[in-house]
Design a protein around this ligand. Structure first.
Ligand code: FES
Length: 74
């Protein structure tokens, strides 16, 4: 975690990842199945190049699953 609402993670090119959209996961920013019964589901994504990325933790990003700075707006 790089701040209260964003996570710096190292990801592998072409590997499917499941970003948590509900905020209930114990494995943030990744889905652990805790969304069951909420009506929400995870967001599957891949990255084109291996390396570090910043994933959203506040769930307000307009560019999911990546942080767009929405957590500091308002
Ligand atoms: S645990 Fe949050 S979307 Fe799956």
């Amino acid at each position: 975690m790089i701040c209260a609402q964003a996570f710096k993670v190292s990801l592998e090119e072409g590997t499917p990842y499941f970003w948590c959209t509900c905020g209930l996961s114990q494995r943030e920013p990744f889905c652990d199945g805790s969304h069951k019964g909420t009506g929400l589901k995870s967001h599957c994504f891949t990255v084109p190049v291996s390396g570090e990325v910043i994933l959203c933790g506040c769930k307000q990003t307009k560019t999911p699953p990546f942080c767009d700075g929405s957590h500091v707006e308002g």
